[in-house]
Design a protein. Structure first.
Length: 311
């Protein structure tokens, strides 16, 4: 019952958060440079005249007071109607959601590679603490955190696409070409998780229950795997969830470099062309994604860590 109340409370807390996001998203149309009516005419290839501008402003409801405009936009946004894209002349929600699977595939692949790299490296580094191998992995993680994604992506693309011709220069969001962009994104996160897991494992290795397990005959490696890894991973779950949300928001540089047709690349193109309906819709969908992931993490913690206090 307490868990149910906690979940309901978290759901209710989402409402004011979404309202704040809608206000920020709507404010873009009034804070950005350029007249929306004029941009709409230019995007449709129509002549920009005072008469046409006045007609478009009347059609889009731009002559109404701002609170009325916001109310009209909010009612449509509540049913995922963000208007028509200036650049494609198609519904914004359809345009973003059609590109969302590509970003989702890339995010899942990048996160899997990050975790699969981080866990064995952290285990080896913690097991052989202060050894030459440990120092090597610590230097690697420090360097990897500082490498910009766009630089790494360009280097990998030059080596594997231009020089070795193993992969195409333009991937076009094909699943068979996902390795390079996913690896590019994973390096930074893998380095962070490695350092965090290593520190957690070293700390847990000194706990009484781990020492007791070793006293019962378990080897150091077995004790580290059986008792250390599970508890070391728990503090990383929130970080992994938040990072996964970042990846789902679209990685502008990586998607652009590898011509990956995700929502990040589409958002950059829309910002360049001042496609306000797309920008507003993008902000809303990304915000909902972040909120949903944080809610799922809270619920997940209720079941994987019974020590959490429901206050």
């Amino acid at each position: 019952m307490k868990k149910f109340k906690f979940i309901v409370k978290r759901l209710l807390q989402i409402i004011p958060m979404l309202i704040i996001v809608t206000v920020l998203a709507f404010a873009l149309s009034n804070m950005s440079s350029g007249d929306v009516a004029e941009i709409t005419l230019r995007s449709q290839g129509l002549e920009v005249t005072e008469k046409n501008i006045a007609a478009v402003r009347e059609e889009l409801g731009l002559n109404a007071p701002l609170p009325v405009q916001y109310g009209n936009w909010l009612m449509k946004a509540a049913v995922f109607d963000f208007g028509i894209s200036f650049q494609t002349q198609k519904p914004v929600a359809d345009e973003i959601l059609s590109r969302y699977p590509a970003t989702l595939k890339l995010a899942i692949a990048a996160m899997l590679i990050s975790v699969l790299l981080a866990i064995p490296i952290a285990l080896i580094s913690a097991r052989y603490k202060d050894s030459l191998l440990d120092h090597f992995f610590r230097v690697w993680s420090t360097v990897s955190v500082t490498i910009p994604d766009f630089w790494l992506g360009l280097m990998l693309l030059y080596i594997f696409a231009v020089q070795l011709k193993i992969v195409p220069v333009v991937s076009g969001s094909k699943l068979e070409n996902i390795l390079l962009p996913a690896f590019t994104l994973s390096v930074h996160y893998a380095a962070i998780y490695t350092r965090m897991l290593r520190n957690n494992l070293i700390e847990i290795n000194n706990y009484d229950y781990v020492r007791a397990a070793r006293a019962r005959g378990l080897s150091k490696n077995a004790a580290l795997l059986k008792h250390g890894l599970k508890n070391a991973v728990l503090p990383c779950i929130t970080l992994i969830g938040v990072d996964f949300g970042k990846l789902l928001a679209g990685q502008f540089a990586c998607e652009t470099i590898f011509s990956w047709n995700g929502i990040g690349k589409f958002a950059i193109e829309s910002i360049t062309l001042k496609d306000l309906p797309v920008i507003q819709g993008y902000i809303m969908i990304v915000a909902i994604t972040y909120i949903a992931i944080n809610l799922l993490l809270d619920i997940l913690y209720l079941y994987i860590d019974p020590k959490i206090q429901l206050k």
